[in-house]
Design a protein around this ligand. Structure first.
Ligand SMILES: [Zn+2]
Length: 655
C-alpha cells in the first residue's frame, strides 16, 4: 500500500514550489487515508484514477496546457478518446481540432509514442505497468456554453472540449487540478473539491467530468441554501453593471418555485455559472448550468426577464433531461450522434415551464407572461416549416437539421423548443379541462419523473401513457396529432378554458390598395380596445416574407418564406434589394418605405442578382405576426378567472 501511494506521482516535476508543498501535503493526506481505509477500498479507487493538471502559460494567446497522468496501463497499447460533442448540444463539434503539440512520456523515461489514429482518438505505445504522462495544448477561443475560452482575465472550460480520456474506460475516477495565474483568485465548478489541495476536483467518472463546466478567474460569488442544498451564483466577467445580490435573490425565487414544483431536491450543491461576456446561451448539467449574457442586460427590464427565463429553463433541466431523459440518451455515446424522438419533451416542455415558473414565482406579471407565450405561438404560426416537419421528426433530426440551419430552414423545419412549448400549453389546458382542473401537465411531469427518471428513461409512448393516466382519458390521438403530424394546432379549447383570445391587429388601410385581412387560423378573435380604430395606413407593418442581412447600407435576402409575397414575386436568396417603385432603398429606410406604400399595394422591386439588375413585381401584405398576441377576453367568466389564477399562480396583475 505504501509503495502504491508513493508510486502515484512519478513523472515530470511539479509546476512550482507551491504545488510541491501542496503535493507533499496531499501525499501525507493520502497515506493517512491509506491506513484508515480498508485495503480493498483504497486499491479500488486511486490505482485507476486519471489525473489532469491544467495550467495557463499562454493564456493571452488563448492556449491552455493539459498534463494527463495515465496510471500504469495493463497493456503496451492504450487508446485515448476525446468527445466529438457535448450532451445538451446536439451537434458533432469535433473538439479534437483544437488539440495540438500532444506528446507522451513514460514515468521511468522509457520509450512511449503517441500517434493519432482517427479524428478524435490517439494510441500510445509504451511498456506496460509504467505510468504515462500525456501533455497537450488546447486552443480556447470560442465564447460559448459548449466550448472553451481563455484570456488574460479568465477561463471558461467545458469538459467535453477539454479532456481526453482512456477509450471505453469512462467509469474511472478523473481528478483535475488547476494551476491558476497569480491574479486569478478562484475556480468555481459543481465538481467535488479535494480537501487540502487547492483548485483540485474529483469526478466519479468521465460523465461527471464532462458534465461539470469550470470557471477560473475572479468571479463575484453569492451563496444561498434552499431545500437543504447549497447554491452558488458565480458571475464571471464584467459584472460592474450587474446587481449580483438582486440577481441572486431572484434566482433564489426560481429555485424555491422549482423545488416545490418537483417535490424533490436531487442535488446537494448547485452552481449557476453566469458569464457576463456579451455572448448568449445556456447549457444544463446535473449540478450546474453555464449561461452567458450581456453586461447591459441587467439594466433592461425585458432583457433581464430573458436572463431569468434562461436561468429558469436551465434549472428546470436539473430534473427534465438531466435525471429524466429520453431512453436513447440515458447513456451518452461521446463519439457519435444519438437520435431520439423525445427532445420535444426534454426541451419543448422545459421551454413551456421556464416562464410559467417565473410568473408563479412572482418575477413577471400576467401581461408579460402572455406576451412571452404569444411569442412562441407567433414563431410557430408564421414558420412555413411547421407544415413540413413534425415535432417528433424535428427531435430526431436535430443533429443534421435544427443545429445546422441554412437559408431554407424556415420552409422545412419546426423547432422542437417552439412547437414543443406551444403543444405543452395546449396539452396543459386539455388535461385541466378533462379533469375539471383537478390535474394538469404539472402532474404528468411529476409522474413521469417518478416512474422514468434514472437509467431506464422514457419513450414518446411512455409519455402518452402517463399523460392519459393523469388525464383519465386516452390522449393517444391528441398527442399523435400534435407530435407526429404537421396538421395545424387548434387553440380554441385552450383559449376558451382560460378566457383568452388573440388580439386583433390594427387595421391597415392602404392608399389605393385593398385591405388584406390576414388569415387567423387560431381561435375566434373579437374586437378589442387595444386595436386602434383610427385608420393609420403608415403604421401597418408590411410583410414580404423575407429574412435579410443588413450590411452597411445594403439589404440582402437570406431567406424567402413559402407562400409569401416575396416567393410569389420570384425573390431569391442572395438578391440585394435596391429600390421600391423607383426609390432607392437602403438598410435604414427600406422598412419605412414599405410602410408608406401600404398593404395591398403592388410595387416595382429593383434587385441585383449575382450582379445583374432586374425588376420584380411584388404585392405588399400585412404582417401575419401581429395576429398571435394573447390577451384576456373582455369579460371573462368567473370560472375562467379561477382557472387562469390556478394556472399562473397568484402573481400580481401589474408590477
Ligand atoms: Zn434546454
Amino acid at each position: 500500500l505504501l509503495q502504491l501511494a508513493c508510486a502515484m506521482h512519478p513523472g515530470p516535476p511539479p509546476l512550482n514550489s507551491e504545488s510541491e508543498t501542496v503535493e507533499m501535503k496531499r501525499m501525507l493526506c493520502l497515506l493517512a487515508v491509506v491506513f484508515l481505509l480498508s485495503p480493498a477500498a483504497v486499491l479500488a479507487q486511486p490505482a485507476t484514477m486519471i489525473e489532469y493538471d491544467v495550467s495557463f502559460p499562454e493564456r493571452e494567446s488563448h492556449y491552455i496546457e493539459v498534463r494527463m497522468r495515465i496510471p500504469a496501463p495493463a497493456s503496451d497499447s492504450t487508446d485515448l478518446m476525446m468527445p466529438t460533442w457535448t450532451p445538451g448540444s446536439y451537434l458533432i463539434r469535433e473538439y479534437a481540432r483544437q488539440v495540438d503539440r500532444i506528446s507522451a512520456v513514460a514515468a521511468d523515461q522509457s520509450q512511449a509514442t503517441i500517434v493519432k489514429v482517427n479524428k478524435n482518438r490517439w494510441q500510445i505505445q509504451s511498456a506496460q505497468g509504467k505510468d504515462i504522462w500525456v501533455t497537450y495544448r488546447l486552443y480556447c477561443h470560442e465564447m460559448s456554453v459548449r466550448s472553451n475560452w481563455v484570456d488574460r482575465d479568465m477561463a471558461i472550460l467545458s469538459g467535453a472540449a477539454t479532456f481526453l480520456t482512456i477509450a471505453d474506460q469512462e467509469s474511472r475516477i478523473h481528478q483535475v487540478r488547476f494551476h491558476l495565474p497569480e491574479s486569478w483568485t478562484r475556480t468555481v465548478t459543481s465538481l467535488k473539491a479535494v480537501d487540502g489541495s487547492p483548485h483540485t476536483y474529483r469526478a466519479e467518472n468521465f460523465d461527471e467530468l464532462v458534465d461539470s463546466p469550470i470557471l477560473c478567474g475572479d468571479p463575484v460569488v453569492q451563496d444561498f441554501t434552499l431545500g437543504g442544498a447549497d447554491h452558488v451564483l458565480a458571475s464571471l466577467g464584467d459584472s460592474s453593471l450587474w446587481d449580483t445580490a438582486k440577481a441572486a435573490a431572484d434566482v433564489q425565487k426560481i429555485v424555491a418555485q422549482q423545488q416545490t414544483f418537483w417535490g424533490s431536491v436531487p442535488y446537494s450543491r448547485y452552481c449557476f455559472l453566469n458569464v457576463i461576456s456579451e455572448s448568449g446561451g445556456g447549457l444544463e448539467h446535473d449540478n450546474s448550468t453555464l449561461v452567458m449574457t450581456s453586461r447591459w442586460n441587467f439594466r433592461d427590464k425585458e432583457k433581464y426577464e430573458d436572463w431569468l427565463s434562461l436561468i429558469s429553463h436551465e434549472f428546470f433541466h436539473t430534473w427534465n433531461v438531466r435525471r429524466l431523459r429520453p431512453a436513447e440518451l440515458t447513456r451518452y455515446q461521446y463519439e457519435t450522434e444519438t437520435n431520439t424522438r423525445g427532445l420535444w419533451i426534454a426541451e419543448g416542455i422545459t421551454s413551456y415551464y421556464e416562464d410559467l415558473m417565473l410568473i408563479r414565482a412572482g418575477l413577471i406579471d400576467q401581461p408579460a407572461y402572455l406576451k412571452r407565450l404569444s411569442k412562441n405561438i407567433e414563431k410557430l404560426q408564421t414558420n412555413p416549416g411547421r407544415n413540413v416537419q413534425s415535432l417528433a421528426e424535428s427531435s430526431f433530426d436535430t443533429w443534421t437539421k435544427f443545429y445546422r440551419p441554412d437559408e431554407n430552414s424556415l420552409n422545412t423545419r419546426t423547432s422542437y423548443y417552439v412547437k414543443g412549448c406551444v403543444v405543452a400549453f395546449l396539452l396543459d389546458a386539455k388535461i385541466r379541462e378533462l379533469t375539471n382542473d383537478a390535474r394538469s401537465l404539472d402532474d404528468v411531469m411529476r409522474l413521469l419523473y417518478q416512474r422514468h427518471s434514472g437509467a431506464q428513461g422514457y419513450s414518446n409512448a411512455d409519455f402518452t401513457r402517463i399523460t392519459s393516466e393523469v388525464a383519465g382519458s386516452d390522449l393517444t390521438g391528441w398527442l399523435a396529432h400534435a407530435v407526429e403530424s404537421t396538421e395545424e394546432l387548434n387553440y380554441e379549447q385552450a383559449l376558451n378554458w382560460f378566457g383568452l383570445q388573440f388580439q386583433t391587429p390594427p387595421k391597415a388601410t392602404p392608399s389605393g390598395g385593398t385591405s388584406e385581412k390576414p388569415a387567423d387560423k387560431g381561435a375566434e378573435s373579437t374586437e378589442s380596445k387595444d386595436a386602434d380604430s383610427t385608420p393609420q395606413p403608415t403604421k401597418a407593418a408590411i410583410w414580404l416574407g423575407i429574412q435579410v442581412a443588413e450590411s452597411g447600407s445594403s439589404v440582402t435576402v437570406t431567406g424567402v418564406a413559402d407562400g409569401s409575397p416575396a416567393m410569389a414575386a420570384g425573390v431569391n436568396v442572395d438578391d440585394e434589394l435596391l429600390a421600391f417603385d423607383g426609390y432607392r432603398a437602403n438598410s435604414r429606410t427600406w422598412k419605412e418605405q414599405l410602410r408608406q406604400l401600404g398593404v395591398g399595394k403592388q410595387v416595382q422591386l429593383l434587385i441585383s442578382r449575382r450582379g445583374r439588375i432586374q425588376t420584380l413585381e411584388i404585392t405588399l401584405a400585412a404582417d401575419p405576426s401581429l395576429n398571435w398576441l394573447l390577451k384576456p377576453v373582455a369579460k371573462p367568466a368567473d370560472a375562467q378567472k379561477t382557472r387562469i389564477g390556478k394556472w399562473l399562480g397568484a402573481a400580481p396583475a401589474t408590477k
